[in-house]
Design a protein. Structure first.
Ligand code: MTE
Ligand code: MO
Length: 200
């Protein structure tokens, strides 16, 4: 697959691709707090804010005409299911660096989603080569229940970090634990270390 220019998420090359405590499913369950938002795409925007030289707002057309890449990855949900062999297509996070100048003080990015749902990543995790905002899954347009029009996928972390219905990025110097991270989930979420929950 590599010769087709697909970015292969490194965890798919492990001899055992199923992290501890996970079981495989062929299905693709949906999980979220709140309801699936209904967007008027003619009014939908994607905003980049916080510690950037100049804030930026993109329309749906502008966002969808950004260059896209393909990523092959596995999905590991903290509730215990894993879904292998997903082929995503969308906007690589590296494109964000071409849209705005991120200030050197920025160390984290916060994802602001529909209904006020948030999650947080370090810039190091955000800019891994296999992280993208997906438009398609397995060659079909992504669906609303799985986060369309703008769904982040972070293959190397538990799936709750893969924010659905992203509306705004905020670059920050200080971390801001998100919806699940402030309700007992681990702040980082590496499935290979079983970073599921944190106990304060
Ligand atoms: N905006 C938003 N994104 C979200 C969530 C959510 O509640 N709201 N739930 C997360 C969790 S806990 C999981 S497991 C995955 C589920 O994604 P799926 O419904 O596509 O399987 O979405 C993540 N992204
Ligand atoms: Mo989850």
């Amino acid at each position: 697959m590599e010769d087709e220019g697909i970015i292969i998420s490194p965890d798919t090359k492990r001899e055992n691709r199923v992290p501890p405590g996970q079981r495989l499913t062929e299905k693709f369950p949906t999980l979220h707090a709140g309801s699936v938002p209904r967007y008027d795409l003619s009014k939908w925007t994607f905003k980049i804010t916080g510690l950037v030289e100049e804030k930026k707002t993109l329309s749906y057309e502008e966002f969808m005409s950004l260059p896209m890449v393909k990523v092959f990855s596995d999905v590991h949900c903290v509730t215990g299911w894993s879904r292998l062999n997903n082929l995503w297509e969308g906007v690589s996070t590296s494109v964000i660096k071409e849209l705005v100048n991120i200030l050197p003080e920025a160390k984290f990015v916060i994802f602001h989603c529909a209904e006020g749902w948030t999650t947080n990543l370090t810039l190091e995790d955000f800019f891994q080569a296999d992280v993208l905002f997906v438009a398609k899954l397995d060659n079909e347009p992504n669906t609303a229940k799985h986060g369309a029009p703008c769904r982040l996928v972070v293959p190397r972390l538990y799936f709750w970090k893969s924010a659905k219905w992203v509306e705004r990025l905020e670059f920050t110097a200080k971390d801001k634990p998100g919806f699940w991270e402030t309700r007992g989930y681990h702040n980082h979420g590496d499935p290979w270390k079983e970073e599921r929950y944190s106990y304060y």
